[in-house]
Write a protein that binds this ligand. Structure first.
Ligand code: RIB
Ligand code: CA
Length: 314
């Protein structure tokens, strides 16, 4: 299989950590950089947490700190209620050993894509401010990237922050509007697939058994996260949203897509809505004039789960 060169834009975060370790484990993914953004936690914590994950995995990968505020509006209140005060479920984590790359995340994205024209897949699993800023720094960026995959949005299902909006898009709706409106090939892995079927309570135990260091960290840090997701449910559940676009890189046949015109809500009520009109489903110029994107609508969960386990076991 060809090696996929990616930049992983992330707000670690527990499911981000699981996704980052998954990518690090795969021999078919080359991570050119971890570009961090605010979202689950403040951007300074995202950046330091990305450095910590590189230490745990003994990987030398450039890490940058990116935007810490939404394109429009006040500072986020973050998602410590989901990811803990330290972003890793409040398990003890050592201070990072590495140093940040001095560039901003947006500048790193532009520099790296320009140095590898047509070869880099941008995988964004947090709010989209770094990608929006990169587009402003380098208007020709869409012609230079290979693909753009995002974990975010809710096309034909309810949101997880409001009835209409998923967290990554809601956190920076104007940046998302810029990113979805650019002329690059964008594929959206939203709650339609990432929230479709929970991972069983023993999934993290299996990861830990297969890979005591990386899987063990995911199991330990995910306990707080599983408490949040399991509230009021008869058994513990877990959702690893951010690994889905990376799984697609390795096994695209696991996923089913629809193609549609995408519009992003930026008003008070529709903030963060990913309003997708499947091609041919509307005559509205408001959608017809919007770029079309690929939207993941189904995934083979059994094979996806096995892919995660097999990759952690490598
Ligand atoms: O809605 C889920 C997304 O928001 C995931 O990326 C999670 O890490 C949070 O950033
Ligand atoms: Ca994330």
């Amino acid at each position: 299989m060809a090696t996929h060169k990616i930049i992983l834009d992330t707000d670690p975060g527990i499911d981000d950590a699981m996704a980052i370790f998954f990518a690090m484990q795969s021999p078919d993914i080359e991570i050119l950089g971890l570009t961090t953004v605010y979202g689950n936690v403040p951007v300074s914590m995202s950046a330091q947490n990305a450095l910590r994950l590189c230490d745990i995995a003994k990987q030398s990968i450039p890490v940058t700190q990116g935007v810490g505020m939404p394109w429009v509006g006040p500072e986020s209140t973050y998602a410590h209620f989901v990811h803990g005060d330290n972003g890793f479920g409040d398990i003890p984590v050592a201070a990072p050993l590495g140093q940040l790359d001095p560039r901003s995340s947006a500048q790193f994205i532009v520099d790296t894509v320009k140095a590898n024209p047509g070869e880099v897949t941008l995988v964004a699993v947090g709010p989209l401010g770094n990608l929006a800023l990169a587009l402003r720094l380098c208007p020709e960026l869409p012609s230079l990237v290979k693909q753009v995959y995002i974990m975010g949005g809710a096309a034909f299902v309810k949101g997880n922050v409001t009835p209409l909006a998923e967290a990554n898009i809601w956190n920076d709706a104007h940046a998302a509007d810029i990113v979805f409106g650019a002329s690059w090939p964008l594929t959206m892995f939203g709650l339609d697939v990432t929230y479709d079927i929970p991972f069983a309570p023993d999934f993290v135990d299996i990861l830990a058994q297969k890979n005591p260091i990386l899987g063990g960290f995911v199991r330990d840090s995910a306990q707080f996260y599983m408490d949040f997701y399991s509230q009021g449910l008869p058994e513990r559940v877990c959702y690893f949203h951010d690994a889905f676009p990376l799984a697609y890189l390795l096994k695209p046949d696991l996923f089913t897509f629809t193609r549609g015109h995408a519009r992003i809500g930026t008003g008070e009520l529709d903030r963060g809505q990913t309003a997708i009109a499947p091609v041919g489903s509307t005559m509205s110029p408001l959608w017809l004039e919007a770029p079309t994107v690929n939207v993941a609508t189904r995934v083979d969960h059994a094979q996806l789960t096995q892919l995660f386990i097999d990759t952690y076991a490598l």
